[in-house]
Ligand binder design. Structure first.
Ligand code: FES
Length: 230
């Protein structure tokens, strides 16, 4: 670090936040995750893509103005003065059914066997309010129950499986899992087949790219990065 950048860091405006119950001064403009790192937290779980995609960093927080606990992805949420926050349990238990889709005849009925609680939604909307991706989760669950997989799957497209909707459900539904099931079933049973994708998969099965793949695997990292992009 140069003397100038050290000086800059020393004079950067700081704010006061509470991380897992302990007060810290952190530079303003950081995300929750960056603030945790700045405060010396070693995150062996709870940090992944840092881009709001992997769902590894579900968090809860309050602000100076509002004591109501809110949910967020820690890598996507900037800290503010007076905020109190922590990552939630690194994983919320939620029942994930392993389903063999090749055995399923009627996926819209099967959902009531795999996730029978889907039909018990009481419309409280807590799941929607907990979703850091702004998904209308409650509607998605109702669409699953009524067999509207097309719209339901579309609603859940940006779900990152952070599980923040799970502990708030008073009917013990795991909406994220219901959404994932719907997306898979929609793709397998109802969406139109994509001709280009099928043709490419067939080429892969026939081994058309085997030798090129082997060649790539044999290259060192630098050579792979230097490969022309097609
Ligand atoms: S680290 Fe991947 S969503 Fe936050």
């Amino acid at each position: 670090m140069t003397a100038a950048s050290a000086e800059e860091k020393k004079t950067a405006p700081t704010i006061t936040v509470e991380i897992m119950g302990k007060t810290h001064q952190v530079p303003e403009g950081l995300t929750m995750l960056q603030a945790m790192w700045h405060a010396g937290h070693e995150l062996t779980r709870g940090a992944g893509c840092l881009g709001g995609i992997c769902g590894a960093c579900p968090s809860k927080y309050t602000t100076k103005e509002e004591t109501k606990i809110k949910t967020a992805l820690a890598c996507q949420t900037q800290v503010e003065d007076g905020m109190s926050f922590s990552l939630v349990a690194s994983y919320y238990p939620n029942r994930k059914v392993v389903a063999d889709f090749t055995e399923i005849k009627d996926p819209k009925q099967e959902i009531f066997r795999l996730y029978p609680e889907t039909a018990l939604c009481r419309n409280c909307d807590a799941c929607t309010q907990a979703c850091p991706k702004g998904i209308d989760v409650r509607s998605g669950v109702w669409k699953a129950a009524f067999g509207d997989f097309k719209e339901g799957a579309a609603l859940f497209l940006s779900c990152v499986m952070c599980s923040l909707c799970v502990p708030v459900c008073i009917a013990d539904i795991a909406p994220n899992q219901v959404g994932l099931y719907m997306r898979r079933a929609q793709g397998i049973f109802f969406d139109q087949e994509c001709g280009h994708l099928s043709a490419r998969l067939e080429e892969i099965d026939r081994g058309k790219f085997d030798s090129e793949w082997k060649r790539l695997l044999s290259l060192p990292d630098e050579a792979i990065l230097a490969e022309p992009r097609v």
